[in-house]
Ligand binder design. Structure first.
Ligand SMILES: Nc1ncnc2c1ncn2[C@@H]1O[C@H](COP(=O)(O)OP(=O)(O)OP(=O)(O)O)[C@@H](O)[C@H]1O
Length: 249
């Protein structure tokens, strides 16, 4: 069996006159930890949206395990094993921490979710949800309302929600945005612990984070594929430096 997890073939997305993704082709192999970087407006979020079905491409195709997922719905793509973090926008703030994970487990099992009728149905997912919370270091706060968590803890809860969907690949969209250095260090430890088990594609602006977690780095610029290589190679790459204002990479 091929060990290629994602394959994009001349993927293109236009928004009117703007070509946000311009004929991008790449492959992501099983078990890789790859960072996707690029200056503001390079097309990183658009590419994530194309990989996860939130946007349909103008042209080109996306394959997951060599099966076309072009134009599939986001939920169908999650069911295939592609999970994406959304910068804590998919947390139910009024729910307890553990309930957030339970809801995700209900969705994994393809059961309808209706807050009014299914609250008691969540209980049978309690133990499994607690195991996931332990992995992300939130088990002691299981019965706290999600809204009481710190920003870093919310990002960890979001990862727990994603893990509950039993994914093969994690797409992490700027996971360290807005975090303190202490929170970043904790999250890095968590991501590193997940790296043995999952393929990870991470959009990240913080180059220290990229250097710490990524095995390979892929650079987008003006919607085009600019470079790919080890973090060290990318840091030395003149075209990459030029693409960033002030050569900050
Ligand atoms: N829904 C949209 N409608 C019109 N233009 C869009 C839309 N989404 C993105 N764009 C444009 O596509 C280009 C790529 O945007 P995108 O958000 O993917 O970049 P990015 O690399 O994620 O940027 P950032 O690092 O600032 O988040 C930009 O020029 C942006 O203005």
């Amino acid at each position: 069996m091929s060990n290629i997890l994602f394959r994009c073939d001349k993927l293109t997305k236009k928004f009117g006159a703007v070509t946000a993704i311009d004929s991008v082709s790449f492959e992501l192999e099983d078990g890789e930890i790859r960072a996707l970087i690029g200056p503001n407006g390079a097309g990183k979020t658009t590419l994530f949206n194309l990989l996860t079905g939130r946007l349909d491409p103008t042209a080109g195709d996306v394959y997951f395990r060599e099966e076309s997922i072009t134009n599939l719905s986001p939920e169908s793509i999650v069911e295939k094993g592609v999970a994406r973090s959304f910068q804590i926008t998919n947390i139910f703030n009024e729910f307890e921490v553990v309930e957030n994970v339970q809801v995700s487990l209900v969705a994994r099992d393809g059961q309808g979710w209706d807050v009014l009728h299914n609250m008691s149905g969540l209980k049978r997912y309690h133990d499994e949800a607690m195991e996931i919370l332990e992995r992300v270091g939130l088990d002691e706060k299981y019965n706290h309302p999600a809204k009481s968590l710190s920003h870093g803890e919310k990002r960890a809860l979001e990862l727990a929600i994603v893990l509950a969907r039993d994914p093969e690949v994690l797409l992490l969209d700027e996971p360290t945005a807005g975090m303190s250095q202490v929170e970043i260090d904790e999250l890095l430890e968590l991501i590193t612990s997940l790296a043995n088990e999952f393929t990870i594609l991470i959009v990240e602006h913080n180059m220290d984070v990229v250097m710490t977690v990524a095995e390979t780095v892929m650079v987008l610029h003006n919607g085009q594929f600019l470079a790919e290589g080890t973090p060290e190679t990318i840091q030395r790459d003149e075209t990459v430096r030029d693409a960033y204002l002030g050569g900050e990479v």
